[in-house]
Design a protein around this ligand. Sequence first.
Ligand code: NDP
Ligand SMILES: O=C(O)C1=NCCCC1
Length: 345
Amino acid sequence: MSAQSPIVDNATALIGFDDLVGLLHAVFVKHGTSPQVAAILAHNCASAERDGAHSHGIFRIPGYLSTLASGWVDGKATPVVTDVASGFVRVDAGNGFAQPALEAARALLVDKARSAGIALLAIHNSHHFAALWPDVEPFAEEGLVALSVVNSMTCVVPHGADRPLFGTNPIAFAAPRADGLPIVFDLATSAIAHGDVQIAARKGERLSPGMGVDSLGQPTTDPKAVLEGGALLPFGGHKGSALSMMVELLAAALTGGNFSFEFNWADHPGARTPWTGQLLIVIDPSKTAGQNFAERSQELVRQMHAAGLRRLPGDRRHRTRAKSQAAGIEIEAKDLRQLQELAQG
Ligand SMILES: NC(=O)C1=CN([C@@H]2O[C@H](COP(=O)(O)OP(=O)(O)OC[C@H]3O[C@@H](n4cnc5c(N)ncnc54)[C@H](OP(=O)(O)O)[C@@H]3O)[C@@H](O)[C@H]2O)C=CC1
Ligand SMILES: O=C(O)C1=NCCCC1
């Protein structure tokens, strides 16, 4: 698709990836980020939209912009990277977004992983408002294994507790494989991501049973009841709850970031981004078992398929990406018009 030429009918538009990145870049800069931060956020957000990860694509733009307008996040922050030890990098994101902090540390992190076999990145004083897979997938594309966790804002009742405390706290993992795209999963430790609850509320859809409770702590399938004083539940009862607790410990306690319950937006009307921490672990598999890791992961996939599995985590996303790359990214025409207006001011 040529630059700035989305194909629009009454209801839908098809836009090329580079065009969407350019449009989002203009939106972010117009609303208070530096060009450098805008480039990273625009690429991240357009990638989510391209891959059909709608809960963290252009749906998030109003939240980004109201947060920037509220002064809750610094859209021009310059991350400060500290080379702590042989396998340990620390970044103070300067109350900015987490993705520019990761970008600032990426080269050092990869160097350390390749020389020591493993490296850890601890980001704090950061805001993560996006999907987590874009943070790990590029490492697997370079032959590395990556794991990341980030905590968010209080909206999940720990299993057995009476009130919300944890965030939706996702975990993302990426590993290379010999004959295909990397193996990637990215999942909230809540039964459903908060973004998907908001989308269900807008569309007038119900949630599946077991995902949320209302303001009285009673089970509900009404997304509005969850959003208006209610809360989410962890996936898998005590098991998801334990993983969510682990995310709080790794993403906040270990990095120097806030726990999900340690901040509130009350003084910043319009603020939507969690102000927390993020942890990444990157492993060079060539330094470990002495076998070809990518061949071994390919063998696992082969056996999973032979066992009848038809869909690996990441397959839907990669299929959507291929479709978007061939035909353009499909978005609602009204959303395109809104982005064009936002880019003007
Ligand atoms: N920044 C933040 O603080 C937060 C961000 N998020 C983000 O929200 C997004 C959505 O999370 P969540 O709702 O848990 O994601 P989903 O439950 O939709 O998917 C979780 C993972 O499971 C895979 N998957 C889904 N269904 C199947 C299936 N039937 N068979 C095999 N694999 C499957 C997905 O692959 P595929 O993608 O290919 O469908 C994905 O890797 C994530 O990107 C997450 O990072 C969530 C919470 C907080
Ligand atoms: O969908 C979610 O859950 C979240 N996404 C972005 C940050 C806050 C939580």
